[in-house]
Design a binder for this molecule. Sequence first.
Ligand code: SF4
Length: 166
Amino acid sequence: MQRYGVRIRVIAPDAGDVEELVARDGVLGFRLSIAARKACCEVRKVRPLARALAGAAVWITGLRRQQSAGRSEVAFAAWDDAHRLVKVNPLADWPLDRLQAYVAAHDIPVNPLHARGFPSIGCQPCTRAIGPDEDVRAGRWWWEQEDGKECGLHNSPRRRGTEAVA
Ligand code: SF4
């Protein structure tokens, strides 16, 4: 924050939503089923994001096509119907080596967990380190077998050539 001279707005999950979720599913209820996990992501991530984006005209993300099969056709910019705004993904076509070179060249601070086997980082109980031959998102919700695992924040990345804005 100090380095870039910006103020970061902190958005927390609604306390009442969390109380209701934990009362129903338990503290670690997200391990019970995919539906229970998605319910946790809905309360702790998706709803807070919706509050953060309310009234915004543009949402800029760091999504890259190389991150997973489900993100392989992410557009540079597209209309996001769920949030009623334009979602911009300026790094969509950046491979990892280009990103790493840019970070090194500009001395950009990164999460130290990346150097400890965490290429994709989510909530602590739902993220583990991966081995050298594993997919970059294998450490997310690793107990699930479902393909294209997402928390719901980026559930509707528009395909290139369909509703892309640019
Ligand atoms: S990543 Fe795990 S702890 Fe975080 S919101 Fe989703 S299920 Fe809940």
